[in-house]
Each structure stands twice: as structure tokens, then as C-alpha cells.
Design a protein around this ligand. Structure first.
Ligand code: SF4
Length: 282
């Protein structure tokens, strides 16, 4: 099978929870059933189970990072993501990784090995062009500037890397300056694509967490969000203009791009990963 024909398959979540502290994190939602989200945990036999699973499924592109960051601070010590990548390589599978961490550059050699036989794609989740805003809304994640630098490093070694501009927070990050800044920096870093959504999904526990943090950081936000609310999807009032600005800047910079344009909330990491992979094949 040619790697371009490989389907997106298994969604690998080695770690449960994440301590990067993003105020909007959708993985806090009740739907995912992760208790004590900020304290990361993992099962003792997670890699043994993964090896058993991969032996018994058809070759495909593994996805990871949809539910927790595979390069959280515990990864420095336990190297479970690194070991999972080695298994992926051993079985000739492909990989699509979503992360906010430049720790991934540690594994460039394994990603290069995977790339010799299968599609390899790293999507950096970046929501702020500016490190100051990043520090406020993603307080414990590596700064945006480090993520852009990591894209540069990965692409220098031939690894396909792009930007996932998701979510956009109404009245916080939904500015033309932010959108243009992310596209420009993505291009400068050598990103192969950029995919954007101009909205944020806020449900149950995650919504409570968001408003506690957001009210503290941006006290005027509550009233504005009440006016926006008609479902769990909160769209920027400037959404249409931002779509135009985003597309215009991507064309100007000459970067492959896509825009999420659906009224439905997708919790299916496979659908998301397939979209990213289609972009990185362009
Ligand atoms: S890095 Fe991802 S999983 Fe971790 S807190 Fe931020 S949004 Fe959630």
C-alpha cells in the first residue's frame, strides 16, 4: 500500500489528563470522563497493550494528541510517546501528532524513520501569535514562539509540520492582528499548512472551568459571552470577516490552508486528523 492511500486509524491516548492549563481545553468535558484532569496519569501496561493492538489491526495512520498532549512534562521522564513512536515505526504505520510542545523535536530521528515508509505529520496547536496572550490562556504550555521554532526545526529535517489554529476565543483572540500574525509566523517557520476554526466549544465542566479562568483574566467577558450563546459553540462575532482575513493572508503568504465551517461539534479525532492529513498532502 502506498502511504498516501493509508487510512487514518487508531486514536492513541497514552496519557490521561494534561497539565498545560489551557483555559478552553475541551478534553475537560464530561463526555471524555477524565477525572482530576490536571494530574496526568497513565496505565502501567499502556505500551504493552498498544503493541498488542497494533499487531492485530490493518496498517494505517495512528493519531495522537486529540485528547491530551503527548508531549506533556511527564513525557520528559517516562518517554512513553517516544516508545510508542518506535512501535509505530517497527510496524510500518504512519503517524499524525497534535501537540503544543517543542519537546517533540527530541524525536526527530524516529519521525524521520517513520517517514521513510509512511505518512508523518505534526500539527502544532497555536492560538496566539503573541507570547504574552499565550502565557495567559495557555499558562503552562510551551510559548507560541517555541512552537513556531519547533516547526522550523522539524521541517529543516524534512518532517511535515503545520499549524492548527483552534480554537479562536471570541473577544479574546479573535482579532485580525492575531489571525494574520499566526499565518505570517507559520509561513516564516516553514509550516506546510494551516487549518483554522473561528469558534470555541464550551460544554459542562469545561465551560465552568473556562468562565472561572476567563472572568479572572478578562473580567468583562461574561456579559459578552452570554450574548453570544445559543449552543455549546461560541462563535466570534467577527467570524465571517476573520474567515476572509485568514484566507487572504494564507494566499498572500502562499501557504496551504483550510477552514472549519460546520455547525456540528465533532468529537471524532479521526475526522479531524483526516482533514489535517488531506491538507498536508496538498
Ligand atoms: S495542551 Fe491540549 S490537552 Fe493539554 S490543556 Fe491544552 S488544549 Fe488541553
Amino acid at each position: 500500500m502506498q502511504y498516501n492511500d493509508m487510512a487514518v486509524g487508531y486514536s492513541l491516548n497514552i496519557y490521561k489528563g494534561c497539565n498545560h492549563g489551557c483555559i478552553y481545553c475541551s478534553s475537560r468535558g464530561e463526555y471524555y470522563g477524565i477525572t482530576d484532569f490536571d494530574n496526568i496519569s497513565f496505565e502501567d501496561n499502556v505500551l504493552r497493550n498498544f503493541r498488542n493492538d497494533i499487531k492485530n489491526i490493518e496498517r494505517c495512520i495512528e493519531t495522537t494528541g486529540g485528547l491530551s498532549d503527548p508531549y506533556n512534562p511527564l513525557e520528559q521522564k517516562y518517554k512513553l510517546t517516544q516508545k510508542a513512536l518506535e512501535i509505530i515505526n517497527e510496524f510500518n504505520f504512519g503517524v499524525c501528532i497534535i501537540t503544543k510542545s517543542d519537546m517533540i523535536t527530541r524525536d526527530i530521528n524516529i519521525l524521520q524513520n517513520i517517514k521513510t515508509h509512511s505518512l508523518t505529520n505534526v500539527a502544532f496547536s497555536i492560538t496566539c501569535a503573541d507570547d504574552e496572550m499565550c502565557r495567559m490562556i495557555e499558562p503552562l504550555a510551551p510559548l507560541s514562539s517555541r512552537r513556531f521554532a519547533a516547526i522550523k526545526e522539524l521541517t529543516r529535517y524534512g518532517i511535515t509540520a503545520g499549524v492548527l489554529l483552534n480554537p479562536i476565543l471570541p473577544y479574546i483572540t479573535d482579532t485580525e492582528e492575531n489571525v494574520r500574525g499566526i499565518v505570517k509566523k507559520a509561513k516564516e517557520a516553514g509550516a506546510c499548512y494551516i487549518y483554522a476554526t473561528m469558534e470555541v466549544v464550551l460544554e459542562d465542566l469545561q465551560r465552568e472551568h473556562f468562565f472561572i479562568k476567563a472572568n479572572h483574566l478578562f473580567p468583562e467577558i461574561n456579559d459578552k459571552y452570554i450574548r453570544l450563546e445559543n449552543s455549546c459553540v461560541f462563535r466570534s462575532p467577527y467570524e465571517k470577516d476573520l474567515h476572509i482575513v485568514f484566507a487572504e493572508e494564507c494566499k498572500r503568504q502562499g501557504i496551504v490552508f483550510g477552514i472549519h465551517n460546520s455547525d456540528t461539534v465533532t468529537r471524532n479525532a479521526k475526522i479531524f486528523a483526516t482533514t489535517l492529513l488531506n491538507l498536508c498532502k496538498q
